[in-house]
Design a protein around this ligand. Structure first.
Ligand SMILES: NC(=O)c1ccc[n+]([C@@H]2O[C@H](COP(=O)([O-])OP(=O)(O)OC[C@H]3O[C@@H](n4cnc5c(N)ncnc54)[C@H](O)[C@@H]3O)[C@@H](O)[C@H]2O)c1
Length: 693
C-alpha cells in the first residue's frame, strides 16, 4: 500500500489499482484528497501491473462535494478541474465505486471516470444551485453528455438528488452492486478488461448533446417549468445557460463558459447570501450557555391541547416523527373536526402518491382524541394551542401543573402572550417554555423556542432536540411581546398601514414587496389570513383602515372582499376602487395630504423597520445572534433566501446607509424610527451585524 497523502492510499489487487480516500467526515474534496487522486492516477498509470483503476471512499460516503470551507481561500493546486482532467485522460479504465452520496464535486469526480457503479442506497446530485452556484468543475458539461440535457437541467438547475435505480435508468451509473463495494468494483473492473470494453471518456461522448443541438424548445420549456420557484434567483438561469453551452459548444469551450457563469455567481451577492443562510441554519442550535452534554429529558408521549388550526398541524409534526399524541378538545364536535382535518391532510398526501393508505392509518392510530385534560397525566410534553387568551391559558396551565407528572414539559404555542406570566401559575416554571409554531404548522419549517426567565437548561436542550426530531428549524428566543419574528413583523405591518394613508395604493405596496422577493405583499397576506383575525365588532372604533373594512363586512379572501375583491374559486386579487376611496377618505380625515410614494421608499419602509427592531431585539438579548433573526425571517416569513435575511441585507446595503435613512425617517415620520442604539454603536465602530454572528 502506498500512502499518497494523509487522505488517500493506493493498493494493487488482482491487477487493479485501488485509490482509497479517507477524509472524514464526508470525504470532502479538500487539498489532500485532490492531490491524492492526481498522484494515485499518475502512479497507477506508470505501474505496468495495473490494468484498471478504482476510486473508492472509506467511511460513510463517497466524496460528498467540494470543501465549502475552502471557498474564498486562495486556491491550492491541483484544483478539482485539473484533477478531473487527469482522471478523464487516464489511458487505463477508471471506475468510481459509489456509496452514500456523490454530490457536487463528488459527482463531478465520478463523471470524470470512465465507468461508475453504485450501491442500491447511493444518491447522486449536483445541488450547487441551492447555494446560488453551479457545478464549477465540468459537471454542467459532463452530466448532459451522460444523461442528456433534459435530465441534466433538472439535476443542475433544480438541484434535487436521484437514487441508484433512477441513476441506472438514465445511464448515470453502469451497474447497481450489492454486497462488499470494493470486491464488486474489482469484479466490475475485471469484466471491463475481460470484455475489452472501450474507454468511455465523457468529455468526448457527444451523442446526447449533439442530438439536442438546435432544439431551443428544450430550454424554453424547462425555463417555463421552473419560473415560479426560481423567481428572483440568478443561479438557475446560469445553470441553464451552462447546459446550453454543453449542447452548443465543444467540450473545452463549454468548460470555459461554465467557468464564466460560475464566477459570475461566485462574485455576486446571492450566492454569498445563500451560503450564509446555509451556515446560519446550522448555527441556530448552538446556544452559548447550553453545552452539547446538557442532560435531557426523554420525550415519547406528547399531549396537545386544542385541535384547531395550530393544534392539528402540531399534532401532525409529532406523529410524522413517530411520537404518540393525545389531543384534547372541549367538545366532541371540535375534536372530530380537528381529527377530520388531520386525516384529510394525510389523505391528500396519499392521493399524490407520497404515502400509502396504510401510512395514513398508521399515523392516525398514533393520535388519541379526548375531552379530558386528566388524560395528560402520563405525557412527557404538553403543547397548549387554545385561543390566544391569557386567563384561559393560565387556567389550563394551573390544571396541567396538578395533572401532569412532575417532570413533564409544559409548552405554550402563544403568539404574543407573556410566557413568564403563564409559567408563574405553575409550581414548576423551570419546566415551562414557549414552542411557537407557524401556520400551517405541518408545513412551515420555523419553530421559535421561547425561553422563559426560569426555563431550565435541561428543558431547553430537550426542546432543541425535539425540534430536530420533528424536522423544524428551531430558533431560541426570549420573552417579549411577539418574541422575535412577530415583534419584527408588527413593525413592518404598522409601517405598511401608514404608507397607504400617505398615498401609496395597496396594489403598489403589494407589487413592490412581491418584487423584492416575498411570496406576497402585506395586503394580499392580510386578506389571506382574514382581516377579522383579532378584530372584535363590539370594540371596533373605525380607528384604522382595517377597522373600517371589517365594519363594512370585508373580511378578506374568505368572503370575497377585503383590501381586494376575489371572484368565487379564484385567489387572484382584483383592485377595488371602493377600497381606494375608503382609504382616501380615512386618510383625509386623519389629516394626511396625499403624495406619490416611490417604490424605493416602499422597500425601505418595509424592510428597515425589521432591521431596526431586529437590532433592539439583539440589544435586549431576546435573540442569540443576528443570523438567528435571518433564519426566522427566511423560514417563517418568506424572506427571499438570496437576500440572506434582514440583518444580512442591512450589512449588504451598508449599515451606515441604513442608519442615515433611519435618521431621515425619524425626522420626517416620527420617533418610532429612532435608530436602535446597537446600530449607532456598530456604525461608529465601523462594524456590521456580521461581526456579532
Ligand atoms: N393561527 C396562527 O396562524 C397561529 C400561529 C402561531 C401561533 N398561534 C397561536 O396558537 C394558539 C391557537 O391558535 P389557533 O389559530 O389554532 O386557534 P383555533 O381557534 O383555530 O384553535 C383553538 C382550539 O382550541 C380549542 N380550545 C379552546 N379552549 C380549550 C380548552 N380549554 N381545552 C381544549 N381545547 C380548547 C378550541 O375549541 C379550538 O379548536 C393561539 O395561542 C395562537 O395565538 C396561532
Amino acid at each position: 500500500m502506498i500512502q499518497l497523502t494523509e487522505a488517500a492510499t493506493l493498493t494493487v489487487q488482482d491487477g487493479i489499482g485501488i485509490i482509497s480516500i479517507n477524509n472524514p467526515p464526508v470525504n470532502a474534496l479538500g487539498y489532500p484528497v485532490r492531490k491524492g487522486i492526481a498522484d494515485g492516477i499518475d502512479q497507477a498509470v506508470k505501474d505496468s501491473q495495473v490494468k484498471a483503476i478504482v476510486i473508492i471512499c472509506e467511511g460513510r460516503t463517497f466524496c460528498a462535494g467540494a470543501d465549502i470551507r475552502e471557498f474564498g481561500q486562495p486556491p491550492k493546486e491541483p484544483g478539482l478541474g485539473e484533477v478531473l482532467e487527469i482522471l478523464d485522460a487516464s489511458p487505463k479504465p477508471t471506475i468510481a465505486a459509489i456509496h452514500g452520496t456523490a454530490f457536487g464535486g463528488g459527482l463531478e469526480t465520478a463523471l470524470s471516470c470512465h465507468f461508475r457503479i453504485g450501491v442500491p442506497t447511493a444518491q447522486f446530485g449536483l445541488p450547487e444551485v441551492k447555494l446560488g452556484l453551479l457545478p464549477g468543475a465540468g459537471g454542467t458539461q459532463r452530466l448532459p453528455r451522460v444523461v442528456g440535457p433534459e435530465k441534466a437541467l433538472q439535476m443542475i438547475a433544480i438541484g434535487d438528488p436521484i437514487g441508484a435505480t433512477e441513476a441506472l435508468a438514465v445511464g448515470l451509473i453502469d451497474e447497481i452492486v450489492d454486497g462488499d463495494l470494493k470486491a464488486a468494483a474489482i469484479a466490475f473492473a475485471g469484466k471491463v478488461l475481460a470484455e475489452n470494453r472501450p474507454l468511455v471518456k465523457v468529455s468526448a461522448n457527444n451523442q446526447k448533446v449533439e442530438a439536442a443541438r438546435g432544439k431551443s424548445e428544450i430550454f424554453d420549456t424547462f425555463r417555463k417549468s421552473i419560473a415560479r420557484k426560481a423567481r428572483g434567483f440568478v443561479a438557475p438561469e446560469n445553470c441553464i445557460k451552462a447546459v446550453e453551452g454543453s449542447v452548443n459548444l465543444p467540450f473545452k469551450e463549454g468548460l470555459k463558459r461554465e467557468r464564466e457563469l460560475f464566477m459570475e455567481l461566485m462574485n455576486g451577492h446571492q450566492s454569498a447570501a445563500q451560503r450564509y443562510a446555509f451556515f446560519a441554519e446550522r448555527q441556530v442550535s448552538k446556544i452559548p450557555d447550553i453545552p452539547k452534554d446538557t442532560p435531557q429529558l426523554d420525550v415519547k408521549k406528547v399531549g396537545i391541547i386544542g385541535a384547531g388550526t395550530m393544534g392539528g398541524g402540531i399534532a401532525m409534526n409529532f406523529v410524522n416523527a413517530g411520537y404518540t399524541v393525545t389531543l384534547v378538545e372541549t367538545k366532541q364536535d371540535f375534536l372530530d373536526r380537528g381529527l377530520g382535518v388531520i386525516r384529510k391532510n394525510y389523505e391528500i398526501t396519499a392521493s399524490k402518491g407520497k404515502m400509502t393508505t396504510a401510512d395514513v392509518e398508521k399515523r392516525m392510530s398514533l393520535i388519541t382524541g379526548t375531552l379530558s385534560l386528566e388524560d395528560l397525566a402520563d405525557v412527557d410534553l404538553v403543547i397548549e394551542a387554545v385561543f390566544e387568551d391569557m386567563p384561559l391559558k393560565k387556567e389550563i396551565f394551573g390544571k396541567l401543573d396538578r395533572i401532569c407528572k412532575k417532570d413533564a414539559i409544559l409548552a405554550t404555542n402563544t403568539s404574543y402572550l407573556d410566557v413568564n406570566e403563564i409559567a408563574a401559575v405553575t409550581g414548576r416554571p423551570e419546566f415551562v417554555l414557549g414552542l411557537h409554531f407557524f401556520s400551517p404548522a405541518n408545513v412551515m419549517r420555523l419553530l421559535e423556542i421561547v425561553r422563559g426567565a426560569k426555563t431550565s437548561k435541561t428543558v431547553l436542550a430537550t426542546a432543541l432536540t425535539i425540534g430536530k426530531k420533528i424536522k423544524k428549524v428551531a430558533v431560541v428566543v426570549g420573552v417579549c411581546h411577539g418574541f422575535a419574528g412577530n415583534r419584527m413583523f408588527s413593525q413592518r405591518k404598522n409601517e405598511m398601514d401608514q404608507v397607504i394613508l400617505e398615498g401609496a395604493s395597496p396594489e403598489q405596496v403589494d407589487k413592490v414587496v412581491y418584487d423584492f422577493g416575498f411570496p406576497m405583499g402585506p395586503f394580499v397576506l392580510s386578506d389571506l389570513i382574514g382581516l377579522d383575525l383579532g378584530w372584535k365588532k363590539e370594540t371596533s372604533s373605525s380607528s384604522s383602515v382595517r377597522d373600517i373594512l371589517c365594519e363594512s363586512g370585508r373580511m378578506g379572501q374568505k368572503n370575497g372582499r377585503g383590501y381586494y375583491l376575489y371572484e368565487a374559486g379564484n385567489r387572484a386579487p382584483i383592485p377595488d376602487p371602493e377600497v381606494k376611496q375608503m382609504i382616501d377618505d380615512f386618510a383625509a380625515k386623519q389629516g394626511y395630504k396625499k403624495r406619490a410614494v416611490s417604490d424605493d421608499e416602499i422597500v425601505k419602509r418595509c424592510v428597515y423597520p425589521l432591521i431596526n427592531e431586529g437590532a433592539k431585539i439583539l440589544e435586549e438579548g431576546i435573540a442569540v445572534r443576528p443570523s438567528d433573526l435571518d433564519i426566522i425571517w427566511i423560514n417563517g416569513y418568506g424572506w427571499p433566501v438570496y437576500l440572506g435575511g434582514p440583518m444580512f441585507y442591512a450589512d449588504l446595503i451598508g449599515l451606515d446607509k441604513v442608519l442615515a435613512t433611519l435618521k431621515e425617517y425619524e425626522a420626517k415620520l416620527g420617533s418610532h424610527w429612532k435608530p436602535a442604539a446597537l446600530i449607532e454603536k456598530l456604525v461608529s465602530e465601523g462594524k456590521g451585524f456580521k461581526d456579532l454572528n
